[in-house]
Write a protein that binds this ligand. Structure first.
Ligand code: ADP
Ligand code: MG
Length: 239
């Protein structure tokens, strides 16, 4: 099953989206605040206190999840394209993902072969946000453990990145819906991760593909335009 995500334009109503995202963050924070306030009452038994504490923490975690998936994306960007090496960006993100893998018994296999640099032009934070969101989904699809394989190569003027998991996979229906704002099948999902990825990869002139089969796992391919060798990147002063 192959599905290319073209939904980005349709859902480019950033203003509306920002409003609904603020709402999505405020809800769990309001809940957390309520439970913290309740904890201030006198004469609460320890079981009740513990329940309030758990609910408050869940509210904060919920708000935090939305910020994690969306943060770099919503940042007002100065849009300073720089020369990036995809291998380095992948290495940084793999460092963040490693602890998640350890926690869920996922083996992280990193295969970047013997190519030299994989130069692309873009914003490092944004590219890392994309790779992180994709890898997090991969890890989350393997709650019982599995293998996360990350590889990259050059091909026909493009840099190809492959992020493969041996997780629960997706059916055709799900493949059609991923990337739509707030589409999630997870109890604690935000449904923002792939929307952010779709928009950012498209803005970089790249493309995003998913192949998946239920019960077998998923391969996500990110295609980015390779920086042409004879084209200098205009050096920008550090911000
Ligand atoms: P969230 O992770 O918060 O649910 P995302 O936008 O990151 O939101 O993903 C949307 C949905 O796409 C997920 O809830 C899941 O159903 C599906 N999905 C994404 N990546 C994978 C994957 N690697 N394996 C299985 N399902 C996936
Ligand atoms: Mg996600």
């Amino acid at each position: 099953l192959t599905e290319e995500l073209f939904n980005a334009e349709k859902y480019h109503l950033i203003g509306q989206l920002t409003a609904s995202i603020s709402h999505e963050i405020r809800n769990p924070l309001t809940t957390a605040r309520g439970f913290l306030q309740l904890m201030g009452r006198s004469g609460l038994d320890s079981a009740t206190l513990e329940r309030y504490r758990t609910n408050a923490l869940e509210g904060i975690d919920g708000a935090n999840a939305i910020i994690t998936d969306y943060l770099n994306y919503s940042k007002p960007s100065v849009d300073e394209p720089r020369l990036l090496d995809v291998r380095q960006e992948l290495a940084s993100v793999e460092q963040w993902v490693k602890p998640l893998c350890v926690m869920t018994g996922v083996e992280l296999v990193s295969r970047h072969g013997v190519h030299d640099e994989l130069p692309v032009v873009g914003d490092s934070k944004k590219l890392q946000q994309c790779l992180l969101n994709i890898m997090k989904n991969a890890v989350e699809s393997m709650p019982e453990g599995g293998v996360l394989t990350v590889s990259s190569r050059k091909e026909n003027g493009k840099v190809l990145i492959f992020i493969r998991d041996t997780g629960i996979g997706m059916n055709e229906q799900q493949l059609k819906r991923i990337g739509m704002p707030f589409y999630t099948t997870k109890e604690k999902g935000t449904g923002l991760g792939l929307m952010v990825v779709t928009n950012l990869i498209q803005a970089m002139g790249g493309r995003l593909y998913f192949r998946s089969k239920p019960g077998q796992g998923t391969i996500c391919e990110v295609h980015l335009p390779l920086k042409p060798e004879d084209e200098p990147v205009i050096p920008l002063p550090a911000p």
